[in-house]
Ligand binder design. Structure first.
Ligand code: DAH
Length: 339
């Protein structure tokens, strides 16, 4: 039996050595190690080996199986390596790669990120509120009288349940004061909605950035300093900032903010950019009544607020002539902002 096992080993190794493809290798494996393979069949002969020789023969059987198995593995690795090499031979790894189309950030996102970066550095935290708002948060709490034109059904999208699409992000001022006590220093970027005819300077869904700072002793000088710093950071240190008296129901006094940019290729003219003012004590009183505490007692805290159009900021920043470009997602437009 030992001789027979030797013969099987010699023949198996020779057969495996001569194999040139993977199917033939598999056939060789089955032929020697499979259920009816020669070594398996020979192994069954162990039954007839006298007890005193079983150990030697068993050992030999194992040696032969190990030898054949490792020959099979080696050959298999060799065949795979040969197949890979053949595949690689048809590829030129020195060719330049194919560029993958890469996206970029939308100009609105770029402007927003920059604005938020500057304001966060100044200590403002991000806040948010719902786009579907109650009339109270959007108007009443902001001291807006019942007959104010902004409340008109022709100007505002109302739902049947009396809720509305917020017409400005100023509602987030109220949302914040409802749940947080002073000092609060927040910015709230977000969408706002008005029933405007869409044209080059109006969209029915647009974007604003709201700001609110309430604490003891916040003054108009703080407001002016904050916005001047902000606009100079974003548009350059030579930017002129002008505060023009105006009216908003929720601030007193109120201002509109104009900018004059001094940059190459820009006509130096005043452009309106934001609304702002000192929070009207009536707003604090309304919030205090809702909260049921004295956290916003108008005799002990003051605050400033501001709001600006982000779409408009992007138009100015990038010289975009028509707001509709911001929502059309025309690739030839968007590709110009790819970083
Ligand atoms: N909410 C105003 C608007 O949409 C903008 C505004 C003006 C916001 C004055 C303010 C503010 O916070 O103080 O036109």
């Amino acid at each position: 039996m030992l001789t027979e096992l030797d013969t099987i080993q010699t023949e198996a190794l020779a057969a495996i050595r001569d194999v040139a493809e993977e199917t033939a290798l598999e056939a060789a494996r089955v032929g020697f190690l499979g259920k009816k393979g020669r070594l398996t069949v020979a192994g069954a002969g162990m039954r007839d080996v006298p007890a005193e020789r079983k150990k030697d023969v068993g050992q030999k059987l194992n040696e032969v199986r190990t030898a054949i198995t490792s020959a099979l593995e080696e050959k298999s690795a060799e065949l795979i390596a040969r197949r890979d090499a053949a595949a690689f031979a048809s590829i030129d790894p020195t060719l330049p790669g194919r560029p993958l189309p890469q996206g970029g950030l939308h100009p609105l996102t770029l402007v927003l990120d920059e604005a938020v970066r500057i304001l966060r550095r100044m200590g403002f935290a991000l806040a948010e509120g719902p786009e579907i708002e109650s009339e109270w948060h959007c108007f009443d709490a902001l001291n807006t009288p019942a007959d104010h034109p902004a409340r008109n059904e022709t100007d505002t999208f109302y739902f049947e349940n009396g809720k509305l699409l917020r017409t400005h992000t100023s509602s987030v001022q109220i949302r914040t004061m409802e749940k947080e006590i002073p000092p609060v220093r927040i910015i709230a970027p977000g969408s706002a909605f008005r029933r405007d005819e869409i044209d080059a300077t109006h969209l029915s869904a647009f974007h604003q950035l709201e700001g609110l700072y309430v604490d003891r002793g916040v003054s108009l000088a703080d407001l002016k300093g904050t916005l001047e710093y902000f606009f100079r950071e974003i548009f350059g240190s030579k930017t002129e900032v002008r505060f023009r008296p105006h009216f908003f129901p929720f601030t007193e006094p109120s201002f509109e903010v104009d900018l004059k940019l001094h940059a190459a290729g820009r006509a130096a003219k005043w452009i309106e950019i934001a609304g702002c003012g000192m929070v009207d004590p009536a707003v604090f009183t309304e919030v205090g009544a809702k909260r049921g505490d004295a956290a916003y007692d108008p005799d002990s805290v003051t605050g400033f607020a501001f709001g600006m159009g982000l779409d408009r900021l992007a138009m100015i920043m990038y010289g975009i002539p028509d707001l509709r470009l911001l929502i059309e997602n025309e690739l030839r437009f968007l590709e110009q902002f790819r970083g």
